[in-house]
Design a protein around this ligand. Structure first.
Ligand code: NAD
Length: 302
């Protein structure tokens, strides 16, 4: 079957219309894909009232029946497994592509890929980086794990939602790359927060300190584009009471996935262990739904 012509205006199903998913769907709608959407929280549908080419499904079955490609943007591995095993695998047409953009553990993802293959379905891990802003602007990086032919078939669709679409290797490789990236993002967010907090307490003006860091060796994504200290970069969670963005509980989940994977291959990850404990502490202090940059506020209060 030639998939490239199909992907141009393919019917796409989408599960999970949260902070990331809703923007990804809108980018597909903007280029006239028909998208059938489902979320267990029906409030998320309000966001789509103004859009053409969108079908709102009140049952997951409707998404599956309508779609050649099914994209998942769900919170965790248990939910992805449940949606796949209860809904998608029994109902999807042979040849359907299931593109899982959620960040989940490698073991679950590889297992689902195997089951899908036996059912003549294609299950692909394609987690993303770039956050809510990347989802909104269609500039996400997709880290894809699948066979080369499958990659060719799905790349045109991912390209409507992202800028860098990279095949990392076979099933599970996209997730492997994603968790390596996220452990680094967690550690550097804590580092940026510590540096900003200390500098301000030492009497430095926050914008001056940030400018100096960004032209020095401490510069990183969290200092440059996602500074956790309020009043430096507009339109990011730290300027909106740490609402929206990437929840601390999701970062904690990713760190636990990284530790689990590291244990499997006996890789040493001492800072990831510290970062995990720190984010767990933040979550148990009621900040679990706040963006992961809330670490600055937490340090400041402490
Ligand atoms: P979110 O919690 O905002 O959204 C998840 C959505 O899934 C919610 O709307 C929820 O109601 C829905 N949902 C839960 N169970 C469902 C089910 N059975 N069927 C249909 N919908 C269901 O999460 P998010 O921030 O959008 O993140 C989604 C995934 O993307 C996570 O795996 C996360 O780790 C990853 N991710 C998030 C970011 C970010 O910046 N937020 C960045 C990269 C990757």
């Amino acid at each position: 079957m030639v998939y490239l012509s199909l992907t141009r205006y393919a019917s796409i199903g989408f599960f999970g219309l949260g902070n990331m998913g809703k923007h990804m769907v809108i980018n597909l709608l903007k280029v006239n894909h028909n998208v059938t959407i489902f979320d267990t929280d029906s409030k998320t549908f309000d966001y789509f009232k103004e859009y053409k080419h969108v079908n709102i499904a009140n049952k997951p079955e409707y998404v599956i029946q309508q779609s050649d490609f099914i994209i998942l943007m769900l919170p965790n591995g248990d939910i992805v497994r449940n949606v796949c095993q209860s809904n998608i695998f029994p109902l999807a047409r042979k040849g359907t592509f299931i593109i899982d953009c959620s960040t989940i553990d490698l073991r679950t993802s590889k297992e689902l890929a195997k089951i899908a293959q036996n059912e003549k379905l294609h299950f692909i891990d394609a987690p993303v980086s770039g956050g809510v802003i990347g989802a909104q602007q269609g500039t996400l990086t997709f880290m894809v794990g699948c066979e080369l032919d499958d990659f060719k078939s799905i790349k045109p669709i991912l390209a409507k939602m992202g800028k860098n679409i990279v095949r990392a290797g076979t099933n599970g490789s996209g997730l492997a790359a994603k968790i390596c990236n996220n452990l680094l993002a967690a550690i550097s967010m804590i580092g940026t927060s510590e540096a900003m907090n200390l500098g301000i307490k030492l009497g430095l003006e926050k914008k001056v300190l940030n400018e100096l860091i960004n032209s020095s060796t401490g510069q990183c994504w969290s200092s440059q584009s996602y500074n956790p200290c309020p009043g430096i970069i507009p339109n990011i969670p730290s300027n909106n009471n740490y609402q929206g963005g990437f929840a601390s509980e999701l970062m904690t989940k990713d760190l636990l996935i990284a530790l689990d994977a590291a244990k499997d291959v006996q890789a040493m990850t001492p800072l990831t262990e510290h970062a995990t404990k720190f984010y767990q502490e933040i979550c148990s202090n009621g900040l679990n739904k706040k963006d992961f940059s809330v670490v600055f506020q937490y340090l400041n209060k402490e």
